[in-house]
Design a protein around this ligand. Structure first.
Ligand code: NAD
Ligand code: G6P
Ligand code: MN
Ligand code: MN
Length: 434
């Protein structure tokens, strides 16, 4: 049978993963699910773990749920390890988002200065996990969700001995679902050629039943005030029609931070005054979710979880594990080593691209050069990601300042330094390398 270990098991998203595993038990017999957390997360782990046990029992599936704070013990002989943890919890995210706003900069926990700091906090922990895996389950696959997933995957590919590493995000599947809903068709009739980086991915072509509908779709996409393709955590302002017509490919929701910087900043400044930053909104959502999870009569994933940005993430995780386990050879967008698939991005870097999924892992489908209008931004973000990984691993101040300054959301070297200093101070407890 299959043993899955989930690090950050106390996450409020865990019931979605459990639901996904229950649904697929026939083809993917996961007999053991180990949920791992740390002392700060123990209360959440116990609540969500008890719900997971009720879900499994109600479904009548022989999957045993283990709860533990002992990561090394849990990892022993694992087949798949999924990671979904948050170093410093939501309080750290609140700082990532609110400190930059004081300087008129979008914080963004994956793409902006917030993403830089989330990477600095997370990458050292992830590399320790990789070391433990080498020792206790060297043949296991590591499937990473922990954000910033692109940079975390980059660090694992370049700075750890693990080879069996895949990064996952729900944005591609979310775009597919959004388009299917817009066209009122089943999602499996839609195919998208994805290429780029995590939270910097483009849909180069969209097909309905094999027919290329990209141009038609772009017209439809632009006819309303909202694009209809978004995530719960990103405001859907709609795109300037002539821009997208000219671009001829589909941006992902995270491209708003780059192509609509001033508009998004205005929205975030306004939101911070009223409902708070996204971290504060999520803190309330999470508190409500855990109240629901405590109900001993609840034995399914509650629909309220759909208010979180991570919708469908368990579908992405389960279908990936399923295809590796069953050597399926189907196509899925994942974060993996580029190996020449996208020209102009280093071969050893992580890219988010459609891959054929086999028992030996993802095989990226060759893309060649990205379209000229987006090529430069993708390369710039890859530079930011690589410099960030170097800063995370070395703890070098100047390297961190270079990363901050070359992020397109940061206006100057001076602002970058002020931001860096204030954020280093605020996050000190979680940055032992600095
Ligand atoms: P959360 O704040 O609930 O954190 C999850 C758990 O991680 C907590 O219970 C916490 O105690 C635990 N944790 C913290 N440090 C840990 C450590 N060193 N070892 C083990 N556990 C640790 O977070 P969340 O909102 O559920 O999100 C979890 C992670 O998944 C975040 O990094 C988030 O950005 C990411 N995420 C990614 C995607 C994606 O598309 N890739 C989608 C949704 C969420
Ligand atoms: C999207 C992204 C995730 C991100 C999440 C935030 O789904 O793909 O990588 O973590 O949204 O959602 P939240 O509800 O935490 O704001
Ligand atoms: Mn086994
Ligand atoms: Mn994501």
């Amino acid at each position: 049978g299959i043993k899955v270990v989930t690090i950050g098991g106390g996450s409020s998203y865990t019931p979605e993963l459990v639901e996904g595993l229950i649904k697929r038990y026939g083809e993917l017999p996961v007999q053991e699910l180990w949920l791992v957390d740390i002392p700060e997360g123990e209360e959440k782990l116990n609540i969500v773990g008890a719900l997971a046990k009720r879900m499994v029992e109600k479904a009548g599936v022989p999957m045993k749920i283990h709860l533990t704070l002992d990561r090394r013990q849990a990892l022993r002989d694992a087949d798949f390890v999924t990671t979904q943890f948050r170093v410093g919890l939501l309080d750290a995210r609140a700082k990532d988002e609110s400190i930059p706003l004081k300087y008129g900069v979008i914080g963004q926990e994956t793409n902006g200065p917030g993403g830089l700091f989330k990477a600095l906090r997370t990458i050292p922990v992830m590399l320790e996990i990789a070391t433990d895996m080498e020792e206790f389950c060297p043949d296991a696959w590591l499937i990473n969700f922990t954000n910033p997933a692109g940079m975390v995957t980059e660090a694992l590919l370049r700075c750890s001995p693990l080879e069996k590493v895949v990064g996952l995000c729900n944005v591609p599947i979310g775009m597919q679902m959004g388009i299917a809903k817009m066209l009122q068709v089943e999602a499996d009739r839609i195919h998208i050629d994805f290429a780029g980086l995590n939270h910097m991915v483009f849909g180069l072509n969209v097909y309905l039943d094999g027919e290329n509908i990209t141009e038609k779709l772009i017209q439809q996409f632009l006819s309303g005030e909202k694009s209809g393709v978004t995530m719960e955590n990103i405001v859907d302002l709609g795109w300037e029609p002539a821009f997208i017509e000219g671009l001829k490919i589909l941006p992902c929701p995270y491209h708003r931070y780059y192509y609509q910087t001033d508009r998004i900043l205005d929205e975030e400044m306004e939101a911070a005054k009223t409902k708070g930053t996204r971290a504060q909104v999520v803190q309330k959502l999470e508190a409500d979710l855990f109240e629901l999870y405590k109900d001993p009569d609840l034995a399914v994933k509650p629909p309220q979880l759909e208010k979180r940005g991570g919708a469908y993430y368990s579908d992405a995780a389960c279908r990936l594990i399923h295809s590796i386990y069953n050597d399926k050879g189907d196509i899925q967008p994942v974060n993996t080593k580029n190996n020449g698939a996208i020209q102009g991005i280093p071969a050893d870097s992580a890219v988010e691209v459609n891959c054929v999924i086999t028992k030996d892992g993802p095989k990226p489908i060759t893309v060649g050069e990205l379209p000229v209008p987006v090529q430069g931004l993708v390369q710039q973000i890859k530079s930011f990601e690589r410099v960030t990984v170097e800063a995370a691993v070395t703890g070098d101040y100047n390297t961190a300042l270079v990363a901050m300054t070359i992020n397109p959301l940061v206006p100057s070297d001076k602002v970058a330094k002020q931001l860096l200093d204030e954020m280093l101070e605020a996050h000190q407890a979680y940055l032992p390398q600095f």
